[in-house]
Write a new protein. Structure first.
Length: 129
């Protein structure tokens, strides 16, 4: 996950970890490259309104060309409007988007459209938490 908001990172990491996903977080391209040196994620969530030297849409396009991520899903995770997100997905050629929300069950449903559903026991643990 690449997001410069600590609150957004916290909101995403908890639900994903509870259902058995391994989660790494970065604030920018520099931290992302460090993480990619030691792991090959199945999914990369990118805040489209990322601050710093590289915007989220530009970063997503860089990730799409990154050899280690050829089979990974790259997805915007943003509070932007669906209209704007549709335009950014079309512009960048990434795999889609998930609108930021407080509904953890809905968020996990959206995640599992892009990556394999975790083991059943992890799903059950998430439903009971």
């Amino acid at each position: 996950m690449i997001d410069d908001s600590a609150a957004a990172v916290h909101a995403v990491m908890g639900p994903l970890q509870r259902v058995g996903h391994e989660v790494f977080a970065a604030e920018d391209w520099y931290e992302t490259r460090g993480i990619l040196a030691s792991t090959s994620p199945d999914l990369v969530l990118v805040d489209v309104q990322l601050g710093g030297q590289v915007s989220g849409d530009v970063l997503a396009m860089q990730l799409r060309r990154y050899p280690k991520l050829k089979s990974a899903k790259i997805v915007f995770h943003s509070a932007s409007s669906k209209k704007d997100l549709d335009a950014w997905v079309k512009k960048t050629g990434i795999d889609g988007y998930i609108v930021k929300c407080d509904d953890q069950a809905f968020f996990l449903q959206q995640i599992h459209k892009f990556v394999k559903t975790p083991p059943q026991e992890a799903q059950e643990a998430a439903e009971n938490s």
